[in-house]
Ligand binder design. Structure first.
Ligand code: GLU
Length: 417
C-alpha cells in the first residue's frame, strides 16, 4: 500500500520527541520546542510580464530566538507548504546550535515555480515579499539567506528592498549576497565544503581515507554540484550523480571537470557523454562508500532504506531521510551524518558573512575556509561524543547536542510571562 506523504514538520517533531525523551528534557521546554515562535503568511500580488496580476503565497517562520536572531534561507518552490517551512525553521534552530553560532532558527518560502518566472517577475515577487515581512526581519531579528530556487541575485534584491525601506545601509540583514554587496568569500561553496569536511571526518571514524572512496550524489543544485567538485578534488571517485531530470553513472569515475562544463551549458547532468543513464531511484541504492542526498526531503524512506549499500550517508539536503528509515540504517551499520550537521557549512559561513558585515572588515578566503573547518570539525566531534554518550544514532545525538545548548540558554533567560 502506498504510504501517506510524509509531513516534514511531523518528521522534525518525531526526532525531537525521541531526543527529548532520551535527554530527559523538561516538559515545558519540550512543548516550546514543538511549536514555532512565530509564523507569518503573506499574499503577494505581482504584475506578470503578460500584464496580468498573480497573487503568490509567502511564509516566514521563526522557530526559536533564544540564542540570537533567527537565521535561515528562503525557498522558491511549487511544493512549499507552511509545514515544510516550519520544519526547516526548526532544523535551523538545531543546526545553528550544533555548529554553535549565535542564531536561532528561521526559514521562508514562496509557493512558485522559479523556473517559470522571468527575472523581472522574480525581482518583483522578492521585493513584495520582503516589504511584507519587513517588520520581522533585520540584522538583529531575522537574517534570511538563499535556499532552493534562490541565489545571490535574489539576496541582492532582499538587501536593496530592506535598505530602501530603512533608508540606510544594513547589509547584515541578509547573507549569501554577491561579493560586491558585502558577501563573503567562500559562501557560495560553503555548504558543499561542509559536506566534504564531515565526509572526511566520517571516513576517518571508519578508519578509511577519503581519497579513493566511491561517491554517489543525488541532486546537482548548489549543494550537490559544489560537494561533487570538492569531493573529487579531495581524491574521491564520483561514480553517479542525478538531478530532477535524471541520473548518470560511470563506475570508473565521472570526469567532473567535463561534467561541470556540460551542466553549465545543458543545465542538467543528463546527456553527459562520459557516462551512461541510470534510474534515479537506483542511485540511492548504488554500491558506493559515500552517498550524498543533496536534493530534497524524504528521499530515503522505510521502503528503500533496507536496500541502501553505502557505508556513509552525508545529508547535504534538509530532511532527506524520513524518521522511519533511521532505525533501518542504524541496524545495517550505515553511518549517517545528519543534515543539521552535514549541511551546516552554509549557515556557518553565513554567520561569518554577518560578522564581517557588522565589523566592516573582510576576511581572506583562506581565513573563511580555515574557520569553517574549525567549526565543522568541532561540531562533528561534539555530535559523535553526544551520540556515544547517549548510545544512540548520530541524528538523535545531534538533536540532543542542539537541544541541550538551546535549553541551557532558555533556562538562563526564563519564560517571560
Ligand atoms: N538555506 C541554507 C540552509 O538550509 C542556508 C541558511 C543560511 O545560510 O542562513 O542551511
Amino acid at each position: 500500500m502506498p504510504h501517506a506523504p510524509i509531513n516534514p514538520y511531523e518528521s522534525m517533531q518525531a526526532s525531537l520527541r525521541v531526543a527529548s525523551e532520551l535527554y530527559g528534557l523538561d516538559d515545558a521546554l519540550f512543548k516550546v520546542f514543538m511549536a514555532p515562535t512565530r509564523s507569518m503568511i503573506v499574499s503577494l500580488p505581482v504584475l506578470m510580464d503578460n500584464g496580468q496580476w498573480e497573487v503568490f503565497t509567502g511564509y516566514r517562520v521563526q522557530h526559536n530566538l533564544t540564542r540570537g536572531p533567527a537565521k535561515g534561507g528562503i525557498r522558491y518552490d511549487i511544493n512549499v507548504t507552511l509545514d515544510e517551512v516550519k520544519a526547516m525553521a526548526a532544523w535551523m534552530t538545531w543546526k545553528t546550535a550544533v555548529v554553535d553560532v549565535p542564531f536561532g532558527g528561521g526559514k521562508g518560502g514562496i509557493v512558485c515555480d522559479p523556473n517559470r518566472l522571468s527575472m523581472g517577475e522574480k525581482e518583483r515577487l522578492t521585493r513584495r515579499y520582503i516589504a511584507e515581512i519587513m517588520d520581522i526581519i533585520g540584522p538583529d531579528r531575522d537574517v534570511p539567506a538563499q535556499d532552493m530556487g534562490t541565489d545571490a541575485q535574489t539576496m541582492a534584491w532582499v538587501l536593496d528592498t530592506y535598505n530602501m525601506h530603512v533608508r540606510r545601509t544594513e547589509n547584515a540583514v541578509v547573507t549569501g549576497k554577491p561579493l560586491s554587496l558585502g558577501g563573503s568569500l567562500g559562501r557560495n561553496e560553503a555548504t558543499g565544503r561542509g559536506v566534504l569536511i564531515t565526509a572526511r571526518e566520517a571516513m576517518q571514524r571508519l578508519g578509511k581515507p577519503l581519497a579513493g572512496a566511491t561517491v554517489a550524489v543525488q541532486g546537482f543544485g548548489n549543494v550537490g554540484s559544489q560537494a561533487t567538485r570538492l569531493l573529487h578534488e579531495a581524491g574521491a571517485r564520483i561514480v553517479a550523480v542525478s538531478d530532477s531530470r535524471g541520473a548518470i553513472k560511470n563506475d570508473r569515475g565521472l570526469d567532473i571537470h567535463a561534467l561541470l562544463k556540460h551542466v553549465s551549458e545543458a543545465k542538467t547532468v543528463t546527456g553527459f557523454k562520459g557516462a551512461e543513464a541510470m534510474d534515479p531511484a537506483a542511485l540511492l541504492t548504488h554500491q558506493v562508500d559515500i552517498l550524498v542526498p543533496a536534493a530534497t526531503e524524504n528521499q530515503i524512506t522505510e521502503d528503500n532504506a533496507p536496500k541502501i549499500r553505502a557505508k556513509i550517508i552525508v545529508e547535504g539536503a534538509n530532511g532527506p531521510t524520513a524518521p522511519e528509515a533511521d532505525p533501518i540504517l542504524q541496524e545495517n551499520g550505515i553511518l549517517v551524518v545528519p543534515d543539521i550537521l552535514a549541511n551546516a557549512g552554509g549557515v556557518t559561513v553565513s554567520y561569518f558573512e554577518w560578522v564581517q558585515n557588522r565589523q566592516g572588515f573582510y576576511w581572506r578566503e583562506r581565513e573563511v575556509n580555515e574557520r569553517l573547518v574549525d567549526y565543522m570539525t568541532h561540531a562533528f566531534q561534539a555530535t559523535f561524543a553526544t551520540t556515544d554518550k547517549y548510545k544512540t544514532n548520530p541524528r538523535i545525538g545531534a538533536y540532543i547536542l542542539a537541544l541541550d545548548r538551546v535549553a541551557q540558554a532558555m533556562k538562563y533567560r526564563g519564560f517571560y510571562a
